[in-house]
Design a protein around this ligand. Structure first.
Ligand code: KIV
Length: 283
């Protein structure tokens, strides 16, 4: 977006200006630095870290402590983009009070700028409570991975007219509750367009077609670092995994055959010091 820190107001202005927002995930300091250097608008420390970093089956096991740990690392590298901390499952689901306390912890202990949580109409009062406490909230509707099992798995949402209307109603409820933007995941492209038209806040799509206000992808999917499961909506801009494995294999071979380290990777000692050392050593 620019050299200065991206704010919530900048994100909202982007929709008014018809400028697409660029959002990616990051989970540690090096990826925070790279996202910053690439000039993206928004960096999300998503609870997708459960799968792509921790090797879990889903996001349900991710805790507040995991999130705070990873947010702190990303924030150190990420000076320009707006940094979003994802609220993990059950950190906002039991009461508005607990939701406010946990949203506050992500900001105070993690250092993120704003928080994100999953859910539509059912979570509108929770969103309202957090926003009233002074914490900007990004919504997340359509496919909501934390409750994927209740939605029938990691499937496209809003397939028929009734289900699609529910998603539009979710978007409107979140807007009324005060979100500054929302994620829309895994819905038919025409529905993505309708949702973006229905609300005045930016709708950032992931598998929601091109006619939304911006795009987000999980970085580890997009660069082919995590390829156990590649959703239909992911474009792999590179396949970094084989490159890394080949480097590790080359290193392994060179260690085994003693061709690494060579002289260029070894420290020297003067002939004089070596002679003196040999004399000091017991024969
Ligand atoms: O956790 C995450 O990475 C997300 C993105 C899929 C938007 O919520």
């Amino acid at each position: 977006m620019s050299d200065k820190k991206v704010t919530v107001l900048d994100v909202q202005q982007a929709k008014k200006d018809g400028r697409k927002l660029v959002m990616v995930t990051a989970y540690d300091y090096p990826f925070g630095l790279m996202a910053d250097e690439a000039g993206v608008d928004i960096v999300l420390i998503g609870d997708s870290l459960g799968m792509v970093v921790m090797g879990l089956e889903g996001t349900v096991e991710v805790t507040m402590e995991h999130m705070i740990h990873h947010i702190r690392a990303v924030v150190r590298g990420c000076k320009g983009p707006l940094v979003v901390g994802d609220m993990p499952f059950m950190s906002y689901n039991t009461s508005i009070r607990e939701a406010i306390i946990n949203a506050g912890r992500l900001m105070k202990e993690g250092g993120c700028d704003v928080v994100k949580l999953e859910g539509g109409i059912d979570f509108a009062t929770t969103v309202e409570g957090i926003v009233k406490a002074g914490i900007p909230v990004q919504g997340h509707i359509g496919l909501t991975p934390q409750t994927a099992s209740a939605l029938g798995g990691f499937k496209m949402q809003g397939k028929d007219a009734k289900a699609a209307m529910r998603i539009i109603d979710d978007a409107k409820a979140l807007e009324d509750a005060g979100v500054f933007s929302m994620i829309l995941e895994a819905v038919p492209a025409p529905l993505g367009k309708l949702v973006a038209k229905a609300v005045s806040v930016p709708v950032i799509g992931i598998g929601a077609g091109v006619d939304v206000d911006g795009q987000v992808l999980v970085t580890h999917d997009m660069i082919g670092l995590f390829d156990k499961f590649v959703p239909k909506f992911v474009k792999q801009y590179t396949k970094i995994r084989p490159t890394i494995i080949n480097a590790l294999k080359a290193y392994k071979d060179e260690v085994v055959e003693a061709s690494f380290p060579g002289t260029e990777h070894s420290f020297k000692m003067s002939d004089k010091a070596l002679e003196q050392l040999k004399k000091l050593m017991p024969s």
